[in-house]
Design a protein around this ligand. Structure first.
Ligand SMILES: [Zn+2]
Length: 219
């Protein structure tokens, strides 16, 4: 009874079982095939060409949707995939810090705001659901987008319209960051909006000129 558990069993007890099993599967399957890539990334550092601003929602993983390999996507996720306006006020700005790192330091070439259907953050805002110490303040960023679709409040697809209006607003807010604006003007950074339908797996992209979302790869 005094036998010490093996290190492996000890580790198992320190992670949720699903993560333990998932890591074992990664070590046995994906790691051997990606080993040289990981070594290269460790030695040279990361140089992703694309940054994604996505939602925390567990159903909307950018790496899964875009079939990305390690080192390809620089990702920041937050409740309702919002980009706040540029606001260097000395407070704590995790999303803005990630944007600064991705655009000004890593110099990504593409920046994608990835919205999605059935977003809990958007629903909470639309229904005035009670929120805690942080969520309510954060999703109040949706107010300008909500004002822009207020007249469609009674429509059946109001939430989708709000999700898509918010995505456009986030793209507008991106342009308030001096380093984003500068890179865009140099044509070294391109901004994109994309919208993922959780139920069908369909991805639409925003046509900036028309303001419409158009389905990708419908075949
Ligand atoms: Zn969401």
């Amino acid at each position: 009874m005094n036998e010490k558990p093996s290190p492996e069993l000890t580790m198992e007890n320190h992670l949720p079982r699903r993560l333990y099993d998932g890591y074992r599967a990664f070590r046995a399957g994906r790691l051997p095939t990606e080993q040289s890539r990981y070594r290269e990334l460790a030695e040279r550092g990361q140089a992703p060409e694309t940054m994604v601003v996505g939602c925390c929602d567990s159903r909307v993983s950018p790496e899964v949707i875009f079939d990305a390999r390690p080192g390809e996507l620089f990702v920041v996720r937050n409740v309702a995939n919002l980009v706040p306006p540029y606001s260097p006020d000395g407070l704590y700005h995790g999303v803005s810090a990630a944007l600064e790192y991705g655009v000004a330091v890593l110099r990504v070439k593409h920046l994608v705001v990835l919205g999605h259907a059935r977003c809990g953050g958007i629903q909470a805002f639309a229904s005035n659901a009670p929120t805690g110490d942080f969520i309510g303040k954060w999703i109040s960023l949706l107010a300008p987008a909500a004002a822009s679709v207020q007249s469609e409040r009674e429509n059946g697809d109001y939430l989708k319209r709000l999700e898509q209006a918010s995505l456009k607003r986030s793209l507008d807010n991106l342009a308030t960051f001096p380093f984003v604006r500068a890179a865009s003007e140099r044509n070294t950074l391109a901004l994109f909006g994309a919208y993922f339908d959780v139920a069908t797996g369909e991805l639409s992209v925003l046509e900036r000129a028309s303001g419409r979302f158009v389905a990708v790869a419908r075949d």
